[in-house]
Design a protein around this ligand. Sequence first.
Ligand code: ATP
Ligand code: MG
Length: 423
Amino acid sequence: MKPRPVKGMPDILPDASARWQYLEGVVRDIVQSYGYREIRLPLVEQTDLFKRSIGEVTDIVEKEMYTFEDRGGESLTLRPEATAGMVRAGITNGLLHNQRQKLWTAGPMFRRERPQRGRYRQFHQFDVEALGYEGPDVDAELILMCARMWRRLGIDRIRLEINSLGLPEARARYRDTLVEYFSSVKNQLDQDSIRRLEQNPLRILDSKNPDMQALIEAAPVMLDFLDEASAQHFDELKALLDGAGVGYTVNPRLVRGLDYYNRTVFEWVTDALGSQGAVCSGGRYDGLVEKLGGRPTPAIGWAMGIERFVALFEECGGKVAPGEADVYLVAVGDKALGEAFAVAEELRDAIAGVRIEVNLGGGSFKSQLKRADKSGAAYALIMGEQEIADRQIGVKPLRHDAGQEAVARDEIAARLGAMLAET
Ligand code: ATP
Ligand code: MG
C-alpha cells in the first residue's frame, strides 16, 4: 500500500519552492530593513501556553489544536500561531528586562481546520512582533512595512482594514451591551454563538457562519465604546497612515479570532483568493506578556499566511523563474566526465549563483542532450573527445535559435558569464 500524506498538509514541490524562496527573501529583507531580527522558536510548546494566550473559547483552542501527551506525560501542542511562543521566549530568555525587542520568525503552524484552497492544517506564517513599544508610531510602522512589500512585489489587489478594541475596561462595557443585544435575538443564534454568548460574546463577531452575518452587521460596535486614550491612539494611527499615504477602511466588526488583542487590530484582505481573503493580520496585545508571567510590556505584531501571499502574488501577475539549471554539461567519452567535473567547479567559482548540472549516469550524446533540454537550462556545454583534444567546449543555446559556438577551454568562464548576464 502506498503511503498517503496527512490531510491538509501538502508538500511544497520544487517549482513552487522557488517562488517561496524568492518571496520569503523579499519579506525578510524588508522586515530587516526596519530593524527586526530573526528569532527561531520550537514548533512545540506546552499546551497551557496556547490556552492562556489565545484563549479557551476560541476556534483554535476549542477544536483546532494538535495536542498530545509526550512520553513523560506532559501535554504538548504543535504551535497554531507564533505570538505565544515569541512572548514565552521573551520571558524565559529575559529579553524583555529593560529592553525593547523587534523580532521576526517564520515557519509552519498547525491547525486542524477543514482543508480548502488557502486553508490547510499545516500552513506557514511570516511573523513580526515589536515588544516593549507602546505605539501608535510602531503600529503605523508595522503597517507601512506591509505596504512596502505589496508595492515592491506589484501586489495591488489588497486593502487594509483597521479597528480598535480599546482597553479591557472599555471592552467589558461593550461586552455587556453585546450580551444584551445577542440575548435579545438568541433564538436566531447558531450553536457556537449561543455557547459564546455566555463565555466570550465578542467571539460571535468573528463567526464565519453566513447565517450569522446579518445579526452581526446589526450589532453595536466597539468603536462607540472606546476609552479616551484608546480613541486618541486610534486617531494618531490614522493620522500617521494618512500622512504616509496608506489607504484603509475602518471596519468596526474586525475583532480577530484570538483573545489577547486590545487597541489596534488590522487585516490586509484581498478579493483575489475567494473566501480565504485574509493575507496578513495583526494587532496589539498589551496585556499578554504580563498575563504569561512577564513584566507589563506593551506589544504588537502581525502574521502573514505564506500560502495566501504566494497565491496572491501570482494572481497579481507576479512570476518567478522555477529555479532550474542555467547550464547543463554534456560529457561523452572516457576522459570527458573528469574534465566536466573540473569545468563545472571552475564555473561555480567564477559565476556567482550559477546553477550547473553535470550529466550523471552517462549515455549517448543524443540522450544527454535530451536531458539537457528537459533540465530547463539555457545552455548546454558540450564536451566530447574532439572538444577535449582541442581544448575547447561547445556552447549550445537551448532556448533560442543561435547556433553552437566553440569556446576555448580557458575562456569558458568569461564567455559563459557574459552570455548568462545577457539572458
Ligand atoms: P482566517 O480568518 O482566514 O481563519 P485567522 O484570523 O485565523 O484567518 P490568523 O490566526 O490571524 O488568521 O493568522 C494570520 C494569517 O495566517 C492569516 O491572515 C492567514 O493569511 C493565515 N492563515 C491562518 N489560518 C490559515 C490556514 N489554516 N491555512 C493557511 N493560512 C492560514
Ligand atoms: Mg482562522
